[in-house]
Design a protein around this ligand. Structure first.
Ligand SMILES: Nc1ncnc2c1ncn2[C@@H]1O[C@H](COP(=O)(O)OP(=O)(O)O)[C@@H](O)[C@H]1O
Ligand SMILES: [Mg+2]
Length: 386
């Protein structure tokens, strides 16, 4: 059996990861569609079902949310307010109504609305928040299936709730990877989400993750290797170096943010804490030293789930590589998370490149940047998440 070899010798503790047979035996969600295990091909060889959505009247959503009553306000992000609502003759369907609130010109608001609509209107996957429709009476609203447990962020960081169990965390990591792999490879257009983070991954009653918030998403035409975007938006602490410094995005930009998301799940720490210390710069020392016990959330029992924890830490360390070319694709991430045997040669960086590939962190960037003004990437929060 071959093992992983990392540039830091002490990370060899991660090396004793074999194939993860458990997942091989279990039918995965992706079994509904044909699975191929080549890195070049998508997991999705058949077109997913066409999404169906409709236009709602203002009266419908007004009634559903009880007139946008405060008690139904479940989330507030950088750009919107989200209300819980119930519709149907017997109020059998629970919906989330997203009202765009960013104080913009009407023209910009319409543009944002159409951009998000253009993406969510053609995606359909068990790990992507289902779009039900929109309302264009009076204001602009997007309507989604409701995720009753709110965001991963609120579940992970709510001190009043019991700590999230490891199995739940691992399942969230795999489900989110499936959703992201679908966006990159499985749907008709390549979609770069640009804002993968724990407050944009929602949880159903069964803790099934759903990627949401396509407000910043971009299509990447097939023939393009990357795309330049301006302004640089996203969330501080989750941005890949090539995006932060050059405004260039491709699938690997999302892979980087997914790596930070994994670190958040593993450590139970926010990407940027109250002192503006980034999770990346905090974690990099432990990753370099292979000190997993210091890295993981103290509420997790390392001894019980060592192999899965090591696997997740290893995948996170690949995703947050500064060099986009040396990050895995989401197809590869998924294969690793689902138990593929980790091949030493596959992930080893040449010595010279490894030396240059310093972990990206924000220590030197946030010194004189206390309030993240409009010139810097925005930090979204969802303090009201259920
Ligand atoms: N479908 C949903 N079900 C439950 N809560 C949701 C749903 N969509 C959004 N929310 C809540 O609202 C918050 C903000 O929504 P989001 O779409 O991320 O808006 P923004 O673009 O402003 O960040 C989320 O973090 C989440 O807590
Ligand atoms: Mg959001």
């Amino acid at each position: 059996m071959k093992y992983i070899h990392l540039r830091s010798r002490s990370l060899k503790r991660l090396l004793s990861i074999g194939p993860k047979n458990k997942f091989a035996e279990e039918p995965s969600k992706a079994d509904q569609i044909n699975i191929k295990s080549s890195e070049e091909t998508s997991l999705y060889t058949e077109r997913p079902q066409k999404p169906t959505w409709r236009c709602y009247s203002y009266e419908e959503i007004h009634q559903a949310t009880n007139g946008f009553h405060r008690d139904n306000l479940v989330g507030r992000g950088g750009y919107s307010e989200v209300y819980r609502g119930v519709i149907g003759e017997n109020k059998e369907q629970t919906i989330a109504v997203k009202r765009l609130t960013r104080t913009l010109t009407e023209e910009q608001k319409e543009k944002d609305f159409l951009m998000e609509l253009g993406t969510v209107g053609h995606v359909s996957h068990p790990n992507v928040c289902a779009f039900l429709g929109c309302c264009i009476d009076r204001e602009l609203y997007l309507v989604f299936e409701f995720s009753s447990r709110g965001s991963v962020s609120s579940n992970l960081h709510d001190e009043k709730s019991p700590p999230m169990e490891w199995k739940v965390r691992y399942n969230i990591a795999i489900g989110t990877a499936r959703g992201l792999e679908y966006l990159h490879k499985g749907c008709q257009r390549r979609i770069i989400h640009r804002d993968i983070k724990s407050s944009n991954v929602l949880l159903t009653a069964n803790y099934e993750p759903k990627i949401s918030d396509f407000g910043l998403a971009k299509w990447l035409p097939t023939e393009w290797s990357h795309r330049a975007v301006a302004p640089i938006e996203g969330t501080f602490g989750c941005l890949a170096p090539e995006y932060f410094t050059h405004g260039v995005v491709d699938e690997k930009t999302d892979v980087f943010a997914f790596g930070v998301f994994l670190l958040e799940i593993i450590t139970g720490r926010k990407p940027v804490d109250g002192t503006h210390k980034s999770l990346l710069s905090w974690a990099k020392h432990f990753l370099k030293d292979g000190n997993i016990e210091e890295l993981i959330d103290p509420r997790i029992n390392y001894n019980e789930d060592q192999e899965e924890i090591q696997r997740l830490v290893f995948v996170a360390s690949l995703c947050i590589r500064a060099s986009a070319a040396w990050r895995p694709s989401m197809t590869e991430v998924l294969e690793l998370l689902e138990g593929l045997e980790i091949q030493q040669d596959r992930w080893k960086m040449p010595e010279e490149e490894a030396e240059e590939d310093e972990f990206w962190d924000f220590d030197d960037l946030d010194d004189d940047d206390d309030d993240y003004g409009p010139e810097t990437p925005s930090s979204h929060s969802s303090a009201l998440s259920a």
